[in-house]
Design a protein around this ligand. Structure first.
Ligand code: NZQ
Ligand code: ZN
Length: 387
C-alpha cells in the first residue's frame, strides 16, 4: 500500500426531503447566492419551487443562471463569472448533475482570479482561492458532488479539460434519492456507467497489497450492478435509487483511492470523445473501458481474473488465468448491453475520421494512464478496438 493523506470535507446530507435544509445550509456561507442549474428538469419536476422556498425562508438574496448544457461550456462559465462579480455573489448553489456542478466550480474558481479562467484547465496556474459552492444532486453519476474536479469544454478547439484542487470540493451536497425518480433510463444508465468507471479506474492499479480498497471497490461495483436492473424496472424504488446515489459519491470521493494509484486513461480518452461529439460521458465510457481492458489486461491477468471472479461471479479456471480474465471483460460488456448502454463508437454514430486527432490531443501532455502508460499509438489502437 502507498502512503496517503485522506481528507474529504464535503458534508453529505442524505435522504428523503433533504433539500428542505438547503436554505439553512447555504446561509452559513453568505447572504447573496447564485442559483445555477441546467436545461430545465428542475423546473419541470417541481424541485425549483421547493428550493426557492427554503432559500427565501432563510432570508437569502438570489440571482439565477440556468442553461448549463451536458458537457458544460466555457462561455457560460465566463458569463457566470461576470454576473457573480457584478452582483457580489458570496456563494454558488448548483442544482443538477456533474455538468451543473462543474460549471459552478469553474465559476467559483474564476471569480477571484484576474486572468482567463481557462488558465486553470491548461495548468498555467493553480487554484489558490475559490468562492464556496454547495450542491443539490439530481443525477448519480459524475461524483462531482464531493470530488475535487471540474471538467469544462472550451468551444474553441473543443478541448474538454479538468482542473483539480481540494478547494473545489463542495461545502455540502444534498442527496435525496427521490429526486432521481424522474431520470429517464438513458440518463440512469449513463450515470451507472460513470460510477462503475470511477471505481474501475481505481481498481486497476499496479500497487500491491491493497486488499481493503480492492474489496471496497468490488462491493461498491456489485451494489451498482445489482441495483441497476431494479431501478430500470421500478424507477421509484427508493432503496435501489438510494444505493446507487450513495455509490456515486463513494465511487469518486477518493476513499477508494487511498493507498493506491489509479489509472485514468479511459477517462482521458473519453473526454476527447465527449469534447468533440458532445455524447454523454457515461456512454463514451461504456465503449472505451472494455476496449482499454482488452488492450492492457496482459499486464496483470491475475488482477483481471480477480475482477472477474469477485465482481462477476466467474468460475475461475486455475489452469488458464487469461481465460478467466477475458470472461470478466465479456460479462462487463454484456451488462452494459443488457442495460442499454452503447459498447461501440458506431452505435453513437461516431465516424472514424477523427480517431487520430483524438489520440493526438489525448496524449499531447504526455503518456496517459498508470496501469500501462499509453502513448498516441496505444490510444489510437484502443479507439480502433472500440469501433
Ligand atoms: O439539464 P437538465 O434539464 O437538468 O437535464 C439533465 C441533463 O440533460 C438531466 N437530469 C439531471 N437530473 C435529472 C435529469 N433529468 C430528469 N430528472 C432528473 N432528476 O440529465 C442530463 C445529464 O446531466 P449531466 O449533469 O450532464 O450528467 P452527469 O452528472 O453525468 O455529468 C456529466 C459531466 O460531468 C463530467 C463529465 O465529463 C460530464 O461533463 N465529469 C465530472 C467529474 C467531476 N467533476 O469530478 C468526473 C467525471 O468523471 C466526469 O468527467
Ligand atoms: Zn467519469
Amino acid at each position: 500500500m502507498e502512503n496517503f493523506t485522506f481528507r474529504n470535507t464535503t458534508k453529505i446530507i442524505f435522504g428523503k426531503d433533504a433539500e428542505s435544509r438547503v436554505g439553512v445550509e447555504a446561509a452559513r456561507y453568505g447572504n447573496k447566492i447564485l442559483l445555477h442549474y441546467g436545461g430545465g428538469s428542475i423546473k419541470k419536476y417541481g424541485l425549483y419551487d421547493r428550493i426557492l422556498k427554503s432559500l427565501k425562508d432563510a432570508g437569502l438574496e438570489i440571482i439565477e443562471l440556468g442553461g448549463v448544457q451536458p458537457n458544460p461550456r466555457l462561455s457560460l462559465v465566463k458569463r457566470g463569472i461576470d454576473i457573480c462579480r457584478k452582483e457580489k455573489i458570496e456563494f454558488i448553489l448548483a442544482i443538477g448533475g456533474g455538468s451543473t456542478i462543474d460549471s459552478a466550480k469553474a465559476i467559483a474558481v474564476g471569480i477571484p482570479y484576474n486572468g482567463d479562467v481557462w488558465d486553470f484547465f491548461t495548468k498555467k496556474v493553480v487554484v489558490e482561492k475559490v468562492i464556496p459552492v454547495g450542491v443539490i444532486l439530481t443525477i448519480p453519476a459524475a461524483g462531482s458532488e464531493s470530488s475535487s474536479n471540474s471538467v469544462i469544454t472550451n468551444e474553441e478547439g473543443l478541448y474538454k479539460r479538468v482542473v483539480g484542487s481540494d478547494m473545489l470540493r463542495p461545502r455540502f451536497a444534498i442527496l435525496n434519492p427521490e429526486i432521481t425518480y424522474t431520470l429517464p433510463p438513458s440518463q440512469t444508465v449513463c450515470g451507472v456507467s460513470d460510477i462503475m468507471a470511477h471505481i474501475m479506474e481505481r481498481y486497476f492499479t499496479t500497487v500491491k497489497d491493497v486488499d481493503l480498497t480492492d474489496r471496497l471497490c468490488e462491493a461498491t461495483l456489485r451494489t451498482v450492478i445489482n441495483n441497476t436492473p431494479i431501478v430500470l424496472e421500478e424507477p421509484e424504488n427508493y432503496s435501489a435509487r438510494a444505493e446507487i446515489m450513495w455509490a456515486s459519491t463513494i465511487a469518486h470521493n477518493d476513499l477508494l483511492s487511498t493507498g493506491r494509484i489509479g489509472d485514468w486513461a479511459s477517462h482521458g480518452i473519453e473526454h476527447e470523445l465527449s469534447g468533440i461529439y458532445d455524447i454523454p460521458h457515461g456512454a463514451g465510457l461504456s465503449a472505451i473501458f472494455p476496449a482499454w481492458m482488452k488492450y492492457v489486461y496482459r499486464k496483470d491477468p491475475e488482477r483481471f481474473a480477480q475482477f472477474a471472479v469477485r465482481v462477476w461471479n466467474v468460475e475461475p479456471d486455475f489452469r488458464d488465468v487469461e481465460k478467466t480474465a477475458l470472461e470478466g471483460i465479456k460479462r462487463l460488456k454484456n451488462f452494459y448491453r443488457e442495460i442499454g448502454l452503447p459498447i461501440t463508437l458506431k452505435e453513437m454514430n461516431i465516424a472514424y475520421d477523427r480517431l487520430e486527432e483524438m489520440a493526438e490531443k489525448c496524449t499531447e501532455g504526455g503518456p496517459r494512464g498508470n496501469f500501462v502508460k499509453l502513448n498516441k499509438d496505444d490510444v489510437l489502437e484502443i479507439l480502433k478496438l472500440a469501433r
